[in-house]
Design a binder for this molecule. Structure first.
Ligand code: ADP
Length: 238
C-alpha cells in the first residue's frame, strides 16, 4: 500500500544520504591530491589513509544495507534449525578478541544451567551476538569488562543472551528509538567508532523473523544491558 511505498522511499533516501557523506569526502581528497597537494607526498600519504577509512565506511554501509534487505525479504519465513546460543557467543567473543585486546578489556561468558538450544538460523544469531558485542566494545569498552550471559527466560519458553557493559549508558528518551535505521545517540561518536547506525535495526529484523524480542536496560553512568530472547528449540516449530 501507500504506507509501505512511502517507507521504502524513506529508506532509499536515508541510505543515499548516508552514502553521500563518505563519497563527498573521497571526492574532496582526490581533488586536493590532484591539485594543491600534488607535490606534497607527506600530505598525500595522510589523505590516502583518510580515504581508505572512508572507503571502508562505504563498504560497511553497503554490507549492512544488503544484510538488512536480505533479512527483510525472509522476515515472514521462520527459521526451523536448532542452534546453540552458548557456542555462538563463544565464537563471537573469539572473533572479537583483537578488538577486545585493543580496548584492554575482557568479555566473560556465563552459561546458566538449564539454558536450552533455540530455534533459529545460526548465521543470523551470530550477527545478533556480534552486533551487541561490537557495540559493548565500541561504546562501553572504556568502562571495563563485558559480560555475556546465556540463561533460560522466566517462563522457560525462550533462551536469553544478554550483553552488559559498564560504559556511559543511554538516556531513557533514546532507548525506544535505538532500533530505527540510522538512529544514533551521538552521530560523531558512532562515525568515529566505525558505526553505520544499522546494527540494532539488523538485530530487530532478525528477532522479528525468529519471533524473538529485545530488551534494553540502561542508565546514564551505569552501563547498558541488551538482552535478546529466542524461542527454545522445538522440532517442527516453523
Ligand atoms: P551504530 O553503528 O551507530 O553503532 P547501532 O544500531 O548498532 O548503530 O546502535 C545505535 C546507537 O545506539 C549507537 O549509535 C549508540 O548511540 C547507541 N548504542 C548502542 N549500543 C550501545 C551501548 N552498548 N552503550 C551505549 N550506547 C549504545
Amino acid at each position: 500500500g501507500v504506507r509501505v511505498e512511502r517507507m521504502r522511499a524513506d529508506v532509499v533516501a536515508s541510505a543515499s544520504h548516508e552514502l553521500r557523506t563518505p563519497l563527498a569526502s573521497l571526492s574532496g581528497f582526490i581533488e586536493t591530491i590532484l591539485g594543491p597537494a600534488r607535490d606534497d607526498p607527506d600530505a598525500t600519504g595522510r589523505f590516502l589513509e583518510i580515504m581508505q577509512a572512508q572507503a571502508q565506511r562505504t563498504r560497511r554501509l553497503i554490507d549492512d544495507l544488503l544484510s538488512l534487505s536480505r533479512i527483510e525479504l525472509n522476515e515472514h519465513v521462520r527459521p526451523a534449525a536448532k542452534a546453540d546460543l552458548a557456542g555462538i557467543a563463544r565464537d563471537v567473543v573469539d572473533a572479537a578478541q583483537p578488538a577486545l585486546n585493543r580496548a584492554g578489556i575482557k568479555a566473560v561468558i556465563d552459561v546458566a544451567e538449564g539454558a536450552r538450544p533455540v530455534t533459529g538460523a545460526r548465521d543470523e544469531l551470530l550477527q545478533i551476538a556480534q552486533n551487541l558485542i561490537d557495540n559493548a566494545v565500541k561504546y562501553g569498552g572504556e568502562g571495563g569488562d563485558i559480560e555475556v550471559n546465556i540463561f533460560p527466560s522466566d517462563d522457560g519458553a525462550a533462551t536469553a543472551l544478554s550483553v552488559s557493559d559498564k560504559g556511559p549508558g543511554i538516556a531513557r528518551e533514546h532507548i525506544p528509538r535505538l532500533t530505527e535505521r540510522f538512529y544514533r545517540v551521538d552521530d560523531a561518536m558512532s562515525r568515529e567508532r566505525g558505526g553505520t547506525g544499522l546494527g540494532l535495526a539488523i538485530v530487530k529484523h532478525i528477532l522479528n523473523r525468529h519471533r524473538g524480542r529485545l530488551e534494553i536496560e540502561s542508565e546514564p553512568g551505569r552501563g547498558s544491558k541488551f538482552t535478546v530472547f529466542i524461542p527454545v528449540w522445538q522440532p517442527g516449530a516453523a
